[in-house]
Design a protein around this ligand. Structure first.
Ligand SMILES: [Zn+2]
Length: 151
């Protein structure tokens, strides 16, 4: 199991933290920062069956609200879908997944798709380019853009 971590909050807009029952730990640093820098936030621990409630919650948020999601792969997928439906874009959220989530990387060199799993670094299967997962996610391709690894 690999756990990546969230980047520091860089903008002072409202934040929604949403976690499943085991995901809360990933937020401890960010919560600390939000409190000390007086960044407004809501914190919600999701319990099964609250999809409708979550939907309403997302739909009532103001533009510019930023989403942090942490939990199991299924949980994160579910929350992401609800958020997209409510009008959030991938640029308005950060995600940390617990456990394995198959991830695709698009090679920046030859544009082929590579299975990356939880790996940050992958060698392109077609052109051999060393790739690093970026934060640029394409919903259309359901994949992340892979950048050339700088060594
Ligand atoms: Zn390639």
């Amino acid at each position: 199991m690999s756990v990546s971590s969230f980047k520091k909050i860089s903008r002072k807009r409202k934040i929604l933290f949403i976690v499943d029952s085991e995901g809360a730990e990933a937020f401890s640093d960010l919560l600390q920062q939000s409190l000390s820098e007086k960044i407004p936030f809501d914190f919600h621990i999701f319990i099964e069956g609250q999809e409708a409630m979550l939907k309403t919650w997302f739909n009532t948020q103001k533009m510019g609200t930023y989403l942090y999601i942490s939990g199991s792969a299924e949980f994160v997928m579910m929350v992401k879908e609800l958020a997209f439906e409510a009008g959030f874009s991938e640029h308005e959220m950060q995600i940390v997944t617990r456990g394995f989530l198959p991830k695709k990387l698009i090679c920046c060199n030859c544009h082929s798709e590579n299975e990356a799993g939880d790996n940050k670094h992958v060698k392109c299967r077609l052109c051999g380019q060393e790739l690093e997962a970026s934060n640029h996610y394409s919903r259309r391709l359901d994949a992340y853009l892979g950048y050339v690894t700088i060594k």
